[in-house]
Design a protein around this ligand. Structure first.
Ligand code: ZN
Length: 134
């Protein structure tokens, strides 16, 4: 069995999944730091669950799990971004031309201002703050 160099252990589509969710992956704590769903904006809970199916985010077990009994209602699942995915997301964010000064992927036109479309970011901008070619 040969292991391909520079590849990642995720599913074949995992690379493009990382691209689509680079802002989220970059925003989440860098591994080996872990996080709880409670720390994540509600809108991203479903995304994180699906990213875990793509092996981009890993389930790291349970908080308050003593290893003997089954996890209880009070125990919380511990999540972690896979390190290859975290590195890839940081690279994508660093290398792209973002039009919003905060560097996230897009903005929404809110009439009198523009708001960053990344859920965990609450930045708002004036039209002339956007980094677009005019
Ligand atoms: Zn932003």
């Amino acid at each position: 069995m040969s292991q391909s160099k520079g590849g990642h252990p995720g599913a074949p589509q995992a690379g493009s999944v990382v691209r689509n969710y680079a802002d989220l992956l970059n925003w989440l704590p860098d591994p080996p730091e872990t996080f709880f769903m409670a720390d994540v904006p509600e809108d991203y809970v479903g995304t994180i669950r699906s990213l875990s199916h793509d092996s981009v985010i890993a389930k790291e077990g349970w908080e308050a799990y003593d290893g003997e009994s089954m996890p209880t209602e009070n125990s919380r699942r511990v999540w972690k971004v896979e390190s290859w995915a975290s590195e890839r997301a940081a690279e994508i964010v660093a290398n792209r031309d973002a039009i919003c000064p905060c560097g996230h992927a897009g903005v929404q036109n809110c009439g009198d201002h523009y708001a960053c479309s990344f859920e965990a970011c609450d930045q708002a901008f004036e039209r002339d703050e956007l980094e677009v070619d005019r």
